[in-house]
Design a protein around this ligand. Structure first.
Ligand SMILES: [Zn+2]
Length: 182
């Protein structure tokens, strides 16, 4: 039974099959009511309804965890992509170092080193740019910071010294021009 459900869930037919099961249960119940017409029929009817409810409960338990993680899958996919990009970047940087080592050991000609290293550097730069563009963290932080600064605006124009008219820092207590108290 459980294996049958797990194979069916892969095809995405769960709700449809659940309703068919419920319909079959109800049809059986109606059949029993029509034939029995007694206390036994009512007992059977309640048993069938209970069984249907149990099947529904089991179906719900099976399908609920399959449906809910679906929403997180895109996030996970994005996260995995980011991790993969970072790993690729690290690999490229490590390869550049290995190339430099090989060249220092005399295993690599200068021309070969220049060509391979240039390709790896371009690749690493592209990956870093992709990571910067994809993250959006910096933009989010800057937006958050701007919103916070808008809530508590800093004094834009600090008052100039009354004696020498020197503009001092907003938190200055003494003038940096004449040393007088502000
Ligand atoms: Zn002053």
């Amino acid at each position: 039974m459980s294996s049958e459900i797990s194979t069916n869930t892969d095809q995405g037919l769960q709700p449809w099959q659940f309703f068919v099961l419920a319909g079959l249960g109800c049809a059986t119940a109606v059949l029993f009511v029509a034939r029995g017409r007694g206390v036994a029929a009512i007992v059977l009817l309640s048993l069938v309804i209970a069984a249907t409810a149990l099947i529904g409960l089991a179906a719900l338990r099976t399908f609920k965890p399959l449906v809910s993680p679906e929403d997180d899958r895109t996030v996970m996919y994005g996260h995995r992509t980011r991790v993969a990009l970072e790993r690729e970047k690290l690999l490229a940087l490590r390869s550049i170092k290995e190339l430099e080592f090989d060249r220092a050991m005399g295993k690599l000609s200068d021309a070969d080193w220049r060509e391979m290293s240039g390709r790896l550097r371009a690749r690493a730069t592209r990956l870093m740019r992709q990571l910067d563009a994809g993250s959006g963290y910096r933009e989010a932080i800057e937006r958050d910071l701007a919103a916070r600064l808008a809530e508590t605006p800093l004094p834009k124009a600090p008052p100039a010294c009354a004696v020498c008219a020197t503009v001092n820092d907003p938190d200055a207590r003494f003038c940096k021009g004449c040393g007088g108290k502000l």
